[in-house]
Design a protein. Structure first.
Length: 262
């Protein structure tokens, strides 16, 4: 059976569902990366600009270029007031439209498992960095249960409706990230896990937000209404609310960083 393609075209929907998660993990990631101010950045696979906005807000960059294949996502990114200093361009992570050595820092935020050939994508990331440049990435721990939609995906599989998966899911493992960075010739390679929590006002907010997921939402909307209701109740049982009705649960990302040899 051919693998289903996950398409990211709804920037606003992504913001409501995954953008919040991305920023929560991204803040921890940037603290760990600890970059100097005044750097020239490239955000590869910038999507709707959720992480790009963090770069502008927290890193005092001299330049930020965001690259993504989805024009729909980029259109949303360009509306972000805080990200206005960034430039957003449609492009391919495996063929970046920049000359060698252009940037001081390069990141992939929740991207590496969507790159068809991860090693080629990392090689391109390294190519556009100057000697001594910083290379970093974080990705949901898809195979270790860290994806924010993990519980919902499990319930869908139990009902015979498996959600589509990223094409390079193995790249999200900590040891594979280590190998990709080391294999690209980067030095001082380090990895870590990032665990974050998100609180929703109610279970209904959890459910409604899940419908915006690029990997899961379309599958749920295509289900018969009765089956979708069964799925909703199965998820409710997995994510109990506190006495005030709020639902809190965690997600986990794997992160990697290294430097181009001088």
């Amino acid at each position: 059976m051919a693998q289903e393609t996950i398409r990211f075209e709804d920037g606003a929907g992504y913001e409501r569902q995954m953008g919040v998660w991305s920023r929560l993990a991204g803040e921890v990631f940037l603290d760990w990366l600890a970059p100097a101010p005044g750097l020239r950045w490239i955000d590869i696979g910038c999507g709707n600009g959720a992480f790009t906005e963090l770069l502008v807000e927290h890193c005092a960059p001299a330049e930020v270029q965001g690259i993504d294949p989805s024009e729909g996502q980029l259109a949303f990114a360009r509306t972000r007031e805080a990200a206005r200093p960034a430039q957003f361009t449609q492009g391919d992570a495996m063929a970046l439209p920049f000359e060698a050595g252009r940037f001081d820092a390069a990141t992939m935020a929740l991207v590496i498992f969507f790159v068809p050939e991860p090693a080629k994508g990392v090689a391109e990331l390294v190519r556009v960095l100057r000697p001594g440049g910083i290379a970093g990435a974080y990705a949901w721990d898809m195979l270790g249960g860290g994806f924010p939609m993990h519980a919902l995906g499990q319930e869908m599989r139990a009902m015979g409706v498996p959600p589509p998966l990223p094409p390079s899911i193995e790249a999200s493992k900590l040891d594979n990230l280590q190998a990709l960075w080391s294999g690209a010739g980067l030095e001082g390679v380090q990895t870590r896990s990032i665990t974050i929590e998100r609180t929703f006002a109610s279970f209904d907010e959890v459910w409604e937000t899940s419908l915006f997921s690029a990997s899961i939402g379309a599958k749920i909307r295509a289900m018969p209404a009765a089956d979708a209701q069964v799925l909703k109740e199965r998820l409710r049982a997995r994510l109990p609310a506190d006495p005030s009705g709020r639902v809190t649960y965690s997600a986990r990302a794997n992160a990697v960083k290294g430097r181009v040899p001088k």
